[in-house]
Design a protein around this ligand. Sequence first.
Ligand code: URA
Length: 196
Amino acid sequence: MDKKALLKNLNGKWLLGCTCGLKNEATQGVCGEGSHSATVVFIGEAPGKKEDELGRPFVGSAGKFLEEMLASINLKREEVYITNIVKYRPPNNRDPLPKEIADCSEWLTEEIKIIDPTLIVLLGRHAMHQFFPDAKISEAHGVLVTSNYFGKTRNFLPLYHPAAALYNGALREVLKEDFKRIPVMIKNLQKGKVCR
Ligand code: URA
């Protein structure tokens, strides 16, 4: 089966079988979307109001900003893969609870295994804590981390969440600067070079 078919199966299975309590209040599940052969995967926290309405990740104001930053490094959203750690909107956009994150975590792990990207960008502290529970986003942002994830060495880049940066000019500048390093990081990773 090709990656597209594998992802379709995966999402079908989890949309039916996910035990996450958020499912009861959300309008619909919001699966990851984008290129199935993406070099880079972006992982956010959880769908918001607009994402819940449309059933697509990052389509509200944070998504618009993410698209602007992608454009700044000559990428379109269709060329990357975008997903979230939980696939259902938490009521009133509250933080997802540890149990809700745990219930959706295998779904995310399987997505990553199928896409098998060169770089995984973790947007915000919730996404980062899924992989690095003790890290601080103020220290970890913009620094490439290589770590074993379910038996495979993977490259992670924590960044500030676009929604946080939207309302904080200083964070916005930091995020833009961190973002600009992505193309060189990917190039070096593809050449087998380690970059920090
Ligand atoms: N914020 C997220 O973390 N994910 C979305 O899909 C939208 C906003």
